[in-house]
Design a protein around this ligand. Structure first.
Ligand SMILES: C[S@@+](CC[C@H](N)C(=O)[O-])C[C@H]1O[C@@H](n2cnc3c(N)ncnc32)[C@H](O)[C@@H]1O
Length: 226
């Protein structure tokens, strides 16, 4: 891990610990985005391009179309790619600064950006989406509230909808680092989405996809359910 990323990682751990002890475990995201002052180098996960594994997966599934929901959209690159690929996209984040930043970056965007919390999504999103994209969100949410966040996702899919998740996979042979992020267990993912059908679970490493570092090198997964 390069020095810049190592410093960012220590910084987000401190922010996250402070937020958790204040009883507002997700508030550090807003603090990080706001303090970044539109400098994307200060956002450790900012790729400034869509996740290559998401792009590959969507291109391999041309039968999926319609309404897409991008959870925790960050700086918006995944949402923009989906929007420009024909999906009708809603993209949300719990951080207002991240959503303002997306709107500034993409002023003519087809994407509907909004500030929402996965823990209490709008009622009219229930059973609505053909595709939900979750990239590095559940692993960034503390364990105490992660179950609730995960359990919400299937309820937002329509009867034929697909859920696509990308993240770090827990591996008992690798020494655990202090989170966030907290790698996810496959068994936990399968349990949370057991009402859906698992159609794909593939491992990869960041060496294949790493653009700007993003805390290499741990096993990653891309998984899909419908
Ligand atoms: C690790 S970042 C990943 C961002 C983006 N998906 C990416 O891959 O670049 C996690 C994002 O999820 C957002 N987030 C965390 N908890 C959330 C929640 N409960 N509801 C909505 N967004 C959330 C954060 O503000 C942050 O933008």
């Amino acid at each position: 891990m390069d020095e810049h990323l190592a410093n960012l990682r220590v910084q987000i751990q401190k922010l996250s610990n402070k937020a958790e002890s204040n009883g507002t475990p997700l508030s550090w995201f807003e603090e990080l985005y706001e303090n970044a002052n539109r400098e994307s180098e200060k956002i450790p996960w900012a790729r400034m391009e869509p996740h290559p594994k998401m792009v590959e997966w969507i291109k391999n599934h041309p039968e999926i179309s319609g309404k897409a929901l991008v959870v925790g959209c960050g700086l918006g690159d995944d949402a923009e790619w989906l929007g420009n690929s024909g999906f009708e996209v809603t993209a949300f984040d719990v951080s207002k600064s991240s959503i303002d930043w997306c709107r500034e970056r993409f002023p003519n965007s087809p994407v509907n950006y909004c500030v929402e919390d996965l823990l209490s999504p709008p009622k009219n999103w229930l059973n609505s989406f053909d595709l939900i994209v979750e990239i590095h969100i559940l692993q960034a949410i503390p364990e105490k509230i992660r179950d609730l966040a995960a359990e919400t996702l299937p309820s937002l899919l329509n009867s034929n909808g697909h859920l696509l998740c990308i993240g770090r996979l827990f591996n008992s042979t690798i020494e655990e680092e202090i989170g966030p992020p907290w790698p996810l267990k496959r068994v936990w993912l399968e349990e949370k989405f057991q009402e859906l059908n698992l159609i794909n679970f593939t491992l990869f490493t960041t060496e294949e996809t790493n653009i700007n570092g993003d805390f290499p090198i741990v096993p990653r997964f891309i998984a899909a359910w419908n």
